[in-house]
Each structure stands twice: as structure tokens, then as C-alpha cells.
Design a protein around this ligand. Structure first.
Ligand SMILES: *[C@@H]1O[C@H](CO)[C@@H](O)[C@H](O)[C@H]1NC(C)=O
Ligand SMILES: *[C@@H]1O[C@H](CO)[C@@H](O)[C@H](O)[C@H]1NC(C)=O
Ligand SMILES: *[C@@H]1O[C@H](CO)[C@@H](O)[C@H](O)[C@H]1NC(C)=O
Ligand SMILES: *[C@@H]1O[C@H](CO)[C@@H](O)[C@H](O)[C@H]1NC(C)=O
Ligand SMILES: *[C@@H]1O[C@H](CO)[C@@H](O)[C@H](O)[C@H]1NC(C)=O
Ligand SMILES: *[C@@H]1O[C@H](CO)[C@@H](O)[C@H](O)[C@H]1NC(C)=O
Ligand SMILES: *[C@@H]1O[C@H](CO)[C@@H](O)[C@H](O)[C@H]1NC(C)=O
Ligand SMILES: *[C@@H]1O[C@H](CO)[C@@H](O)[C@H](O)[C@H]1NC(C)=O
Ligand SMILES: *[C@@H]1O[C@H](CO)[C@@H](O)[C@H](O)[C@H]1NC(C)=O
Ligand SMILES: *[C@@H]1O[C@H](CO)[C@@H](O)[C@H](O)[C@H]1NC(C)=O
Length: 454
């Protein structure tokens, strides 16, 4: 009884903040920059594992045809309507530099830009804000498939790569500062997940961020924030960081920190350790005495590796009550951690990775979570959250909750086989055995690649 009262009290104070401008968003991943594990069918006729090699193998004409079809169908207005209906108020849109600046010898194809404009227009109509994120930079900033090109990190080895990226940043800022877009593009992220190492060091990254600041400031009319990824060093490292030259007028800088339990060294934690780690991050993101910059969690998911007794992509059994119960807890624990619960806190909110996949994966698809009940149908409605909050801001993981039986309309329950994009309820990976073997293989390869490059 006491606990219930406590719960209500905290829920009430959260509602007050929720009515403010907490960012609750999803990524539109695998759309304007494709990733094999998210849309495997695009890669069926090739041995490619990234967009560069996909287009290199198909040739520009065939690749453009394939991707035009993908751009016009994988995300449509219906998706943004569903996103808004889910109580979300923001989207993060990853894009590669080649949408704006493409050299003849590069195999990529261009044509994404009109779809980006279209998405921004829909967002404006539906009241969503947009964070545009430079996910792929020339030379690759992390060597991973998500940058468009798997291989060495060559971004910082050629000043032309830096200049071209800054030109893209300036293009995006100038384009979406125009009044017809209504200010819905609230921020540009300069560079997704830069991987520092032998060929790319912190002073080079900071110099790039400073270049981004002066380029954005020159064209933004003060309307946008600038988002910078923490390069996996954590928000603490960036406390008090100011990318502007002294005396220069500047725009607010927001730190993006990605929180995953899917990859080493956090990929094998027990549930208990995952919850403790989430609670630790929560404490950090709510600290008002560390001089942290405003912070968003620009990517997170429900994947937690393959230890015993946890959910994972190869245990994609929709009828598993224990799995659905855990995913609910892991979801709500992260909501509590990534949303502010008081004034003046660094945390601004979050963007889940990702709204969907071609064949949805339980731990990575937001819409599948709604369909199967471990994600509330309206995430902005505090009374749909089941786990009580403790006074430290973390969820009470000991609360006795068991996921209810799947309703008949949910995605995992019915035989929702077949392929194709965009259906709702989403296609369930487990019910499409013909596709599952290559899919699983490619997913594991991505995991392995990520592990090797980390
Ligand atoms: C740097 O990149 C440009 C194209 O972006 C290329 O023309 C030039 O050869 C590269 N320079 C070096 C030293 O690799
Ligand atoms: C940005 O680049 C796109 C694609 O090349 C182009 O259509 C658009 O006009 C550019 N916008 C600005 C403001 O330069
Ligand atoms: C922009 O930055 C300001 C000040 O740091 C912050 O209050 C605001 O929430 C940010 N907006 C977005 C959309 O990131
Ligand atoms: C970073 O790399 C650049 C280019 O190689 C080099 O000039 C600089 O000394 C390095 N900085 C640090 C702090 O290692
Ligand atoms: C863009 O950044 C580059 C590199 O820092 C700088 O040389 C250039 O002057 C900047 N352009 C503008 C318009 O600020
Ligand atoms: C889990 O631990 C095993 C053995 O140490 C390791 O090989 C594997 O990469 C780890 N997986 C993840 C996702 O962290
Ligand atoms: C959480 O923080 C506490 C106190 O700083 C620390 O002892 C513990 O190891 C951390 N746990 C995790 C899982 O990060
Ligand atoms: C996994 O679950 C079983 C049955 O609930 C339990 O006996 C076992 O200790 C658990 N293992 C771990 C590593 O948590
Ligand atoms: C919030 O959710 C509760 C429980 O599902 C529901 O009764 C209530 O009508 C919802 N409130 C709003 C404003 O949608
Ligand atoms: C949890 O709740 C269920 C149903 O209300 C009950 O049967 C069970 O005994 C409870 N478990 C604990 C540990 O309290």
C-alpha cells in the first residue's frame, strides 16, 4: 500500500515533467542509409554487407532502382502516424554523406534527399521533431556497416573527408533552417559513433566538432542545437566542453550517448547487473552538479546478448512469458533512466533503435514491442507504466509483474508469414522460416563484425 502511494506520487510528479518537452523518439534506422541486418532482402543478390559494396556489386543503375523502391516504401506517412500515435514526439533520421555529396568514383547512389524533405514535412504536419544524424561520413568514421563502408577508419586521414562532411552539415543546417520547415529539425548530429584509435584521435574529433559549430552557426540563424556523439567516452568526459572558438557566438551543444547491452564488454551481463548499470546511468543523467552538457540517449534497444535466462534474437519465441516480462522491465528501467524527473537535469530524453526492421526483431523493433505488449501503446501516458519508481529515480525491479497472455491480434501470436515492407502488425521474423536462416546468419555476422572492430 505504501509502495503504491509512493508510485502514484512519483508518477504524478513525472506527469508534470512529461507535459514539458521530454524527447521520446525512435530512429528511422536502415532507411536512407541501409544496413543488411535491418533489411536483408535488399542484399539477397549480392555478397555485400554494407551499402558501398551493395551498390558496387549491383552497379549504379540497378542500385538506384533498388534503393528508390526502398526509400519510397520502407518509411511512409503511415509509419510516422503510427509513431505519433504511440505517444512518441521525435524521430532521429540517419543519413549518409552521399545523399548530398557524391564523387564519381564512389559506388554509392544519391536520391535520398527528397525523401528526407518529405519525412520532415510529415513530421511538421504530425507535430514530431527531427534530429538529422550524419551516420556515414567519407572514409568511414567507425569502419562499421552502419557508416556505409566496413573497413579501416579513414575519415580523419584525408582533410577532404573533413571538408566534405562539414559541407554536408552546412547543407543540412541551411536547408532545414528555412521557415517552410517550421523549425521541426531541432538539431543536426555531426557524426555518428566516431571510433577513436590509431587513425582518429580525440583532438582531431574536437577540431571537427569546432568546425561543425562554426559552420552550423554561420547558417542556422540560432534555430537549431548541435548534437555531438560522445565517442563512447561517456557524458562525464564532455562536461563543460565548448566547441566554439572564444568570443564566437554559438548554439547549444547536446551530447549523444548510446546505451547498449548487446555488445562486449556489456553483452554478457546478468539481468541484475544490467538493471544496476541502467540505474547508474540514470544517476549520472540526473546529476545537476557535474557540469554535464544536455544529453540525449540517441540509441538504445532491448537486446542483451546471449547469456542464460535472457532474451536474445535467436530465442524469438513470442509466447515466452518470461521473455516478455523481462523486456517490459528492461524497457521501463531505461525509460526511467533516460527521461528527466526534475528540473535542471542534463537528460533531455531518448531515441530507441529502431522503429522497425524488415522482419521485426523482438529486442530491436519498437513497433513489435507495442504489438506484443512489452512496450506500452502510449509511452507518454505515465499510467501505462507498470513498474513503480524508487526515490533514486530507478524502477523497483522487485515489483511483482508478469506479462499478460498475448492478445490474438499481436504480431507474434498469429501466422504472419511472408515478406515485404510496412505491414502492421509487423512481420514476425520467427514465422518466416524461409528467410530466417540467411537473416540469422547475417545478424550474427554483424554482431561478430561489431565485436571484432570494437
Ligand atoms: C583525399 O580524398 C580525395 C577525394 O575525397 C581524393 O581525391 C584524394 O586522392 C585523397 N587524398 C589522399 C592522400 O588519399
Ligand atoms: C542540399 O543538398 C541537396 C542535395 O544535393 C540539395 O537538393 C539542396 O538544395 C541542398 N540545400 C542547400 C540549402 O544547399
Ligand atoms: C536544445 O538545447 C537547449 C539548451 O541546452 C535544451 O534546453 C533543449 O532541450 C535542446 N533541444 C533539443 C531538441 O535538443
Ligand atoms: C592526433 O593526430 C594528429 C594527426 O595525426 C597529430 O598531429 C596529433 O599530434 C595527435 N594528437 C594527439 C593528442 O595525439
Ligand atoms: C567550416 O569549417 C571549416 C573547418 O573548420 C572552416 O575552415 C570554415 O571556415 C567553416 N565554414 C564556415 C562558413 O564557418
Ligand atoms: C559473451 O562472452 C563470451 C565469452 O567470454 C564472448 O565470446 C562473447 O563475445 C560475449 N558476447 C557479448 C555479446 O558480449
Ligand atoms: C554502479 O555504480 C556503483 C557505484 O559507483 C558501482 O560500484 C557498480 O559497479 C556500478 N555497477 C555497474 C553494473 O555499472
Ligand atoms: C536460469 O533460470 C533457472 C530457472 O529459473 C535458474 O535455476 C538458474 O539459476 C538461472 N540461471 C542464471 C544464470 O540466472
Ligand atoms: C492513459 O492510460 C490509461 C490506462 O490505459 C487510460 O485509462 C487513460 O485514458 C490514458 N490517458 C490518456 C490521456 O490517454
Ligand atoms: C506475484 O503475483 C502473483 C499473482 O498475483 C502471485 O501468484 C505470486 O505469488 C506473486 N509472487 C510473489 C513473489 O509475490
Amino acid at each position: 500500500m505504501h509502495q503504491l502511494f509512493h508510485h502514484l506520487l512519483l508518477a504524478t510528479s513525472l506527469v508534470a515533467i512529461a507535459s514539458g518537452n521530454v524527447i521520446r523518439g525512435v530512429n528511422l534506422g536502415g532507411w536512407l542509409l541501409v544496413e543488411q541486418w535491418m533489411t536483408p532482402s535488399l542484399f539477397y543478390d549480392t555478397t555485400a554487407a554494407d551499402e558501398w559494396h551493395l551498390c558496387n556489386q549491383l552497379g549504379k543503375e540497378a542500385c538506384l532502382g533498388l534503393l528508390q523502391d526502398h526509400w519510397s516504401t520502407f518509411y511512409t506517412r503511415d509509419d510516422l502516424v503510427a509513431i505519433q500515435a504511440a505517444g512518441l514526439n521525435a524521430v532521429r533520421i540517419p543519413i549518409g554523406y552521399w545523399a548530398v555529396d557524391l564523387l564519381d568514383y564512389e559506388p554509392y547512389v544519391s536520391g535520398q534527399f527528397p525523401y528526407l524533405i518529405q519525412a520532415v514535412n510529415w513530421a511538421q504536419e504530425l507535430g514530431l521533431t527531427v534530429l538529422i544524424d550524419l551516420h556515414g561520413a567519407p572514409g568511414s568514421q567507425n569502419g562499421q556497416d552502419n557508416s556505409g563502408l566496413i573497413g579501416p577508419v579513414l575519415f580523419a586521414t584525408n582533410s577532404s573527408n573533413i571538408d566534405r562532411s562539414l559541407n554536408v552539415i552546412r547543407n543540412l543546417t541551411q536547408e532545414f533552417s528555412q521557415s517552410q520547415y517550421g523549425g521541426v529539425v531541432t538539431s543536426i548530429e555531426l557524426l555518428n559513433e566516431p571510433r577513436l584509435g590509431n587513425t582518429f584521435n580525440m583532438s582531431q574529433l574536437k577540431s571537427f566538432y569546432s568546425g561543425g559549430m562554426s559552420n552550423m552557426t554561420s547558417v542556422s540563424h540560432g534555430q537549431m542545437n548541435m548534437t555531438i556523439h560522445d565517442a563512447f567516452w561517456g557524458p562525464q568526459y564532455w562536461a563543460g566542453y565548448d566547441p566554439s572558438s572564444s568570443g564566437e557566438s554559438s548554439i547549444p551543444t547536446v551530447i549523444d550517448t548510446h546505451q547498449y547491452y548487446a555488445f562486449p564488454p556489456l553483452g554478457n551481463l546478468t539481468h541484475h547487473a544490467i538493471l544496476q548499470s541502467i540505474c547508474n546511468i540514470s544517476y549520472l543523467l540526473k546529476s545537476t552538479d557535474l557540469n554535464l552538457l544536455p544529453t540525449v540517449v540517441g540509441e538504445w534497444s532491448l537486446e542483451s546478448g546471449n547469456p542464460p535466462n535472457t532474451s536474445s534474437s535467436d530465442q524469438n519465441d513470442g509466447d515466452d512469458t518470461a521473455k516478455r516480462t523481462w523486456l517490459r522491465l528492461m524497457f521501463e528501467a531505461q525509460l526511467a533512466a533516460y527521461e528527466p524527473n526534475g528540473p535542471g537535469q542534463p537528460s533531455l530524453g531518448w531515441y530507441f533503435w529502431s522503429w522497425k526492421q524488415e522482419w521485426d526483431i523482438d529486442t530491436w523493433s519498437y513497433r513489435m514491442g507495442i504489438g506484443d505488449g512489452w512496450i506500452p501503446s502510449d509511452v507518454s501516458n505515465m499510467s501505462q507504466r507498470v513498474y513503480p519508481l524508487l526515490s533514486n529515480g530507478c524502477v523497483d525491479a522487485g515489483f511483482n509483474y508478469t506479462a499478460p497472455p498475448l492478445s490474438s491480434g499481436s504480431s507474434s501470436g498469429g501466422g504472419n508469414g511472408g515478406g515485404g515492407y510496412g505491414g502492421y502488425p509487423p512481420y514476425y521474423y520467427g514465422s518466416s522460416p524461409a528467410k530466417s536462416a540467411p537473416f540469422l546468419l547475417s545478424f550474427l555476422l554483424v554482431m561478430l563484425t561489431l565485436y571484432l572492430t570494437l
